[in-house]
Write a new protein. Sequence first.
Length: 154
Amino acid sequence: MRLLLVDDFRFIRGYLRTLLASTPGREVVAEASSGEGAVAIARELRPDVVVMDISLEGMNGLAATEIIRRELPEVRVLIASRHLEAEYVREALRAGACGYLPKSAIGTELELALEALERGEAYFSPSIPREEFEYHAGHLADGDHPHARRQREI
């Protein structure tokens, strides 16, 4: 699995890189600190997965996710954010994110999320409010989000 890491903090990107280095079959192909950089690198390198923060300088991670998913639908985006409020999760889903986990859970859940994405499934941390799953499953039509049908099944 080829990964692009996007976070405005070099420390977080380094932490992610270190976590992924210990897992066979995971290759970090690039890093970006902005939404614009993420889009440009994704267009050029076409990674399998982009691990994306929301809060970025300039173009935020939600806008970058929307562009990447629209232009490169085969590239999956996993949001890793400190924002757990329902509106952020909802906007990430609308932008086409295939998963969402809190930064505080990266150490314990990142590999679980990547394994789910590898199987073609969505991954949403257990710490995401339950009502957000209900909203997502009940209000997004199959055509609105690539994982809506699978999310309803789950």
